[in-house]
Design a protein around this ligand. Structure first.
Ligand code: IVH
Length: 674
């Protein structure tokens, strides 16, 4: 009998897939590779397609979304969905605590549950006999919209409860939100495809939930964190709010990992300070903290006032979005000549700092926002992302507002500006003739991963260029103590240190040198590939575009930038001068760039005595090895210095070859990499 066993397989697959997504989305642990999950998921879909009569509302296949609806139907909330009163200061928070104590006629300290106030959309989930049967928005608190199909696509929402002991009917409430990384990802995609760009993660979450086509919702990175259980007339089977949330966790819901219970209002104050300090590092936006009296008996005693509970309060954080006025737009020229419009704002305190500048990125972005000089704009600063203008408050546009006009000439060197077809960016055609590009090029040349000139910071580069002492990177190597002594904030000691650092930096490697030239699209990895491929600079300088395309990871665009850069007389002269003035690198000793370690994956761990790990990495890469950050069965060799830890243990467990520093030095010596 084939049927029962196929049916059993179907059930087993459903259980397995539920369990995997619970571990992945709720517990944040990865239990199986994605590919394995996808394979099982497809198998489930195939069985269900062959047997539509076996389809079930709680099958993991429901996560992909369903046929679009004509409209959302309405849902009446048996227990109204209330809102919270807000406080904005510690004094107001202490008043809240005092009011409760007075009302309870008891001055004993109270235990509070503390939770982040997620900035998303409040949602109610209804489970009957452990199966999700309805998801609804808050609406006006009494009547919301039925978004069942949409919530089913959210992987952190259980379609079926785990564990045991749940009541026949369970209503859970929480917040659906979009983590910042997912928000950035969908907006980046929307920008490059002229799709809808959302103002903030909250709008993105709301827009994604409001889709009549749940297949679209399924593609959006949404999560739900649960913060409450709507108790009907039934009796509570736990005594405190925190116990209730712990139970929800057991049943498969995502509950904030930041949930804490403190034993007094002072504990709330400390919790607020702690989370405020960590706010930027969280994966999602929060707009404050919610404090709730933890005891359900006391909650009941305290009751509600109009639309908010007396036993809970939201302590709001400083806003991450504020309105301010755009005073002017300046045009900044970067290292590659890209002209960036920068908004000069009426200073505004947002996301914990005062913001007076914000990048407008490019002229497509200016057009998309429809922003004009004089406009009131919404500035957002959340996480460690630079401040952004996300919206124009069109209703407040003054009659004097002026359009932002792209300049024709470079604001720094007056060379013509060009816009390549299909590119959003306007570029100065002046190259290193342009003072702005020169400054940026010199800063890049001096940076740590390039020539690593210690003590040559951005401010100093600007002074050197502005004073006319340095025009090209080659001028750095003929600087004198007298020239430096004349500069602001430059003592004799720092001048000596800088000259010593310049002397030292002259000995470099070919990949670093190529990277330091700041050729468009040539990052560290490409520079390394070029050096390995050509072995010597003259061979690279003589290469045609076709020869360049033959290098790993070099496509036609990179090849054309490289070729144009190396063909320029100006650049060739600078390169020659640099070499004349002592910049050097070890000559390639291997015939035709032979790479004895090509195809091998190496891992470096522990402390090396004779060199840094970075240096060892460069040498291994020069020999053709790929240097990875973690050990796997595919690792060919682990070079372990002293105090090596888990990577060494893993290598030993997997039987991967391990060598010590002496043996590593021998490998270098044998292959001419001293
Ligand atoms: S409790 C009766 N807890 O804030 C109490 N709300 O201003 C109901 N929110 O509509 C809410 N995080 O959407 C609660 N940890 C949290 C919350 C939270 C976010 C939202 C919720 C509510 C709004 C109230």
């Amino acid at each position: 009998m084939a049927e029962p066993s196929l049916r059993e397989r179907l059930n087993a697959l459903r259980e397995q897939l539920h369990s995997y997504s619970y571990h992945y989305y709720v517990l944040n642990e990865s239990t199986i590779p994605d590919a394995e999950y996808d394979r099982l998921f497809r198998e489930l879909q195939e069985i269900e397609a062959a047997h539509p009569e076996w389809q079930s509302a709680d099958s993991p296949s429901q996560r992909v979304g369903a046929e679009p609806l004509a409209a959302f139907s309405q849902v009446r909330h048996e227990t109204p969905m209330l809102s919270l009163d807000n406080v904005f200061s510690e004094a107001e928070l202490l008043d809240f605590d005092q009011r409760i104590k007075t009302r309870l006629k008891d001055s004993a300290e109270l235990s509070y549950a503390c939770e982040p106030k997620l900035d998303g959309i409040a949602v109610s989930l209804l489970y009957v006999d452990g199966v999700l049967v309805r998801g609804a928005t808050r609406g006006d608190g009494r009547v919301g919209e039925d978004i069942t199909q949409n919530v089913k696509t959210i992987a952190s929402i259980p379609l079926k409860l785990r564990g045991t002991g749940w009541p026949e009917e369970l209503e859970v409430r929480g917040e659906i939100y979009m983590p910042r990384a997912g928000f950035a990802r969908i907006n980046d995609a929307a920008r490059s495809s002229d799709g809808k760009v959302f103002v903030n993660p909250r709008n993105a979450a709301a827009g994604s939930l409001r889709q009549l086509d749940s297949r679209i919702t399924a593609t959006r990175p949404l999560e739900m964190s649960c913060y409450g259980i709507a108790l009907g007339d039934g009796e509570a089977w736990f005594h405190s709010h925190s116990e209730g949330l712990a139970t929800l966790r057991d049943w498969g819901f995502l509950v904030s990992p930041e949930l804490r219970v403190v034993d007094s209002i002072q504990g709330c104050v400390a919790y607020y300070q702690d989370l405020l300090a960590r706010r930027d590092g969280l994966a999602y936006d929060i707009d404050g903290i919610v404090f709730k009296v933890d005891s359900l008996a006391l909650q009941e005693h305290l009751g509600f006032v109009s639309r908010a509970p007396r036993w809970a309060i939201a302590h709001k954080f400083p806003a991450q979005e504020e309105i301010t006025q755009l005073r002017d737009v300046e045009f900044q020229v970067g290292r590659t000549g890209a002209v960036t419009p920068v908004a000069k704002l009426e200073p505004v305190f947002v996301g914990g700092v005062t913001v007076s500048n914000a990048s407008l990125h490019n002229f497509d972005e200016v057009a998309r926002l429809g922003v004009m000089i004089g406009d009131h704009v919404v500035v957002r600063r959340a996480g460690d992302v630079i401040p952004q203008i996300v919206q124009v408050v069109v209703e407040r546009r003054p009659a004097t507002a002026r359009a932002i006009i792209a300049p024709d000439l470079c604001p720094v060197c007056a060379s013509a500006l060009e816009r390549a077809p299909g590119e959003a960016v306007l570029r100065c055609s002046g190259g290193l003739v342009c003072g702005a590009q020169r400054k940026e090029a010199i800063k890049h040349f001096a940076s740590r991963k390039a020539m690593d000139i210690e003590g040559l910071g951005d401010k100093l580069v600007e002074q050197l260029v502005d004073a006319g002492i340095v025009e090209t990177v080659a001028d750095l190597f003929v600087l004198t103590a007298e020239q430096l002594a004349g500069l602001e904030r430059m003592g004799q000691k720092s001048a000596e240190n800088l000259l010593a650092a310049l002397l030292k930096a002259r000995a470099t490697t070919l990949p670093r040198f190529l990277y330091s030239l700041g050729i468009r699209e040539v990052g560290e990895a490409t520079a390394l590939n070029l050096a390995n491929h050509f072995g010597e600079l003259p061979a690279l300088m003589a290469a045609s575009e076709e020869d360049l395309i033959a290098v790993a990871d070099v496509g036609p665009i990179v090849a054309s930038h490289l070729h144009a850069f190396l063909a320029s007389d100006y650049n060739r002269e600078v390169i020659a001068l640099l070499q004349e003035r002592g910049v050097n690198w070890p000559a390639a000793r291997r015939e035709g760039g032979a790479q004895p370690l090509a195809g091998q994956t190496w891992v470096l761990t522990g402390n090396l005595e004779s060199m840094t790990r970075g240096e060892a990495k460069e040498k291994l890469q020069a020999l053709g090895a790929k240097v990875a950050g973690s050990v796997s069965a595919k690792t060919d060799c682990v070079a372990a210095g002293t105090s090596a830890g888990s990577k060494l243990a893993k290598a030993e467990a997997l039987g991967v070859k391990v060598i010590d520093e002496q043996q590593l030095l021998q490998v270098f010596a044998d292959n001419g990499e001293q």
